[in-house]
Design a protein around this ligand. Structure first.
Ligand SMILES: [Zn+2]
Length: 66
């Protein structure tokens, strides 16, 4: 089951870890209570976390391709 972070279209509050597949895309904003439906479900963005060694390898590859 994927969890989603969805920004409320009315007040802009980000509602975290919503299980939209259970509710067929419907969410209720935790701040203003507005019910809205999210039409495009995208999984949470994965932000890569690199070590210093990995970054130096990536940097060398970029420099080598210049
Ligand atoms: Zn809201």
């Amino acid at each position: 089951m994927k969890a989603y972070d969805i920004k409320c279209p009315v007040c802009g509050t980000v509602n975290h870890s919503l299980f939209l597949q259970e509710t067929d895309g419907w969410m209720e904003c935790e701040n203003c209570g507005t019910e809205s439906r999210v039409l495009t479900l995208r999984p949470l963005r994965v932000i890569p976390h690199y070590t210093t060694e990995q970054l130096s390898v990536i940097g060398r590859r970029i420099v080598a391709n210049l």
